[in-house]
Design a protein around this ligand. Sequence first.
Ligand code: UDP
Ligand code: MG
Length: 139
Amino acid sequence: MATNRTFTMLKPDAVEKGHIGAILEKIIASGFKIVAMKLTQMSKADAQTFYAIHNERPFFGELVAYMTRGPIVAAVLEKDNAVEDFRTLIGSTNPADAAEGTIRKLFAASMGENAVHGSDSDENAAIESAFHFSGREMF
Ligand code: UDP
Ligand code: MG
């Protein structure tokens, strides 16, 4: 995958609250092009695999329960410097620390339920995109 791509999920809290449209509008207005997208729901095994890097952390069980409790929107986004620029757009993991105007500042309730995922490296963007999408689903 080209390094100008990143992977995102609009997490179950954002979908439950009806924020899909507002968040996508902000992503598109910030210059990202959607090259793959779907509404889907992760199984427990999916979430345990997706977040395997955190499996020793105390919040792992809660994270898996949260991420599997309802549908998510998974998407692959394209833009120059996509990974870093998208992390800037979403803001800090804890919305209390997130900058004004960021997606987490606007839409996240707490550190656990923080509305949106963004890949942290080009390598993980490719792994996470391939976890959710086949080559035929990425444009
Ligand atoms: N998380 C949590 N408690 C913490 C840290 C993280 O519940 O103390 C959750 C939160 O949903 C976060 C996800 O685990 O988005 C992954 O954590 P990471 O440190 O990778 O944060 P991110 O990359 O999403 O900002
Ligand atoms: Mg992370």
